[in-house]
Design a protein around this ligand. Structure first.
Ligand SMILES: *Cc1c(COP(=O)(O)O)cnc(C)c1O
Length: 386
């Protein structure tokens, strides 16, 4: 039995349902952020991040900083590229536009390579773009949470290494880390940024990054200082290195309770082979997608290879809007999200299936949601005369 108050099941693409032990770690008594117990917990948490990202390279550098996933974009934009330099942004939805705006905020020239809704830029298009300019970074949204489109990070990284080896490969993994496979070393990535509240299953409030030695060296060889104070790696790098070396250190007060929750969830996640975790997310995703197809509904991403495994963006039939079906789901104790892609926001809904809702055999969140979707869809069709 869960110790949480009864509540509707939260199946949006983050925040997600919490494990009791993760939540309970947050009711830890007040402690000093430079006291030995917290220093040990923070240090271990950073080491656990290495496991989560599958990196054993001692040059890789983990970060966990108070802020939401968005802070990761500011960290990249203000430290790893300079004003007037070029960034190539692969666009698979809303989050590509936002990452590009963040880069532009710091004076970076962001070129977006866009694909139609539900698609992703092809490797041939990316290769052509990379040959046109000397891009300092390329950004890939691993799973665009607005469309449910999955990108092939491994293939893009291979391509970049072949045709533009100096370009840093930056992955927005906010909706993928913890659900989709990411092999930081094997795929030779430079940055993977994420947030605490999606597939990692921790409350919102932490920006989490892994950076390669190549990325850190790019920062160290900047010609101009970083364009941000809070986001500056000059401030954070020694802090993260000290905590992992079990030494107290201060730049800005860490969220001690959130770090404890992250420690708990990462301990749980890494106590089993990651391959098992990715496989169960894929199995549950197949089940959800089969149920959606059985209802005669389609996804924004029509090609199976473009479909994320931690969420499904379900296109509604002509004449039905998200507002016609979300209340019916709510009435049945299930919360889905509406659309986010501005061109079609009212025409689809998003079902997040990640974390404990998928991995905990003691829960029936997914079956309950599929049943609620069937009933609410039938009800909405009837109400709309469809
Ligand atoms: C949620 C999300 C973000 C933004 O994260 P916040 O924690 O809301 O700041 C960025 N990119 C992707 C792909 C996301 O899903």
């Amino acid at each position: 039995m869960s110790s949480q108050a009864p509540h509707s099941t939260l199946l949006i693409p983050g925040p997600i349902e919490f494990d009791d032990a993760v939540l309970q770690s947050m009711s830890h008594y007040a402690e000093s952020h430079v006291g030995p117990a917290f220093v040990k917990t923070f240090g271990e948490t950073l080491t656990l991040l290495r496991k989560l990202f599958q990196t054993t390279n001692p040059g890789s550098q983990p970060f966990a900083i108070s802020g939401s996933g968005t802070l990761g974009w500011d960290i990249v934009a203000s430290n790893l590229i300079e004003r007037d330099e070029d960034a190539l942004v692969l666009h698979t939805g809303y989050f590509g536009d936002s990452f590009a705006s963040c880069l532009e905020t710091y004076g970076v020239c962001a070129t977006q390579l866009k694909a139609p809704i539900g698609e992703r830029p092809s490797l041939a298009e990316i290769e052509q773009a990379l040959k046109q300019k000397q891009y300092k970074i390329i950004t890939i949204t691993h799973v665009d949470t607005s469309t449910g489109v999955l990108s092939d990070v491994k293939a893009v990284a291979e391509l970049v290494r072949r045709v533009s080896p100096e370009t840093l490969v930056v992955v927005d993994g906010v909706c993928s880390v913890g659900a989709e496979e990411i092999a930081f070393d094997a795929w030779d990535l430079d940055v993977v940024l994420t947030a605490s509240q999606k597939a990692i299953g921790c409350p919102p409030g932490l920006s989490i990054l892994m950076m390669s030695e190549r990325a850190i060296n790019r920062f160290k060889s900047r010609k101009t200082p970083p364009g941000s104070y809070y986001a500056s790696l000059a401030n954070w790098l020694p802090i993260m290195q000290n905590y992992e070396a079990n030494k107290p250190s201060y730049f800005a007060t860490p969220s001690t309770q959130l770090i404890r929750a992250l420690h708990t969830t990462l301990s749980q996640i890494t106590s089993k082979p990651l391959a098992e975790r990715f496989a169960i997310h894929a199995q549950v995703s197949d089940k959800v997608k089969a149920a959606v197809a059985e209802l005669g509904l389609t996804q924004l991403a029509t090609k199976p290879e473009n479909q994320a495994h931690a969420m499904t963006a379900i296109r509604l039939p002509e004449g039905m809007a998200a507002a016609d079906i979300l209340p019916g789901l709510g009435k049945r104790g299930v919360i889905f999200a509406g659309g986010l892609h501005k061109e079609i926001a009212t025409k689809y809904i998003r079902f997040g299936h990640m974390g404990v809702s998928v991995t905990d055999p003691g829960r029936d969140d997914i079956d309950k949601a599929i049943e609620a979707l069937k009933q609410a869809f039938a009800e909405a069709k009837q109400a709309k005369g469809l």
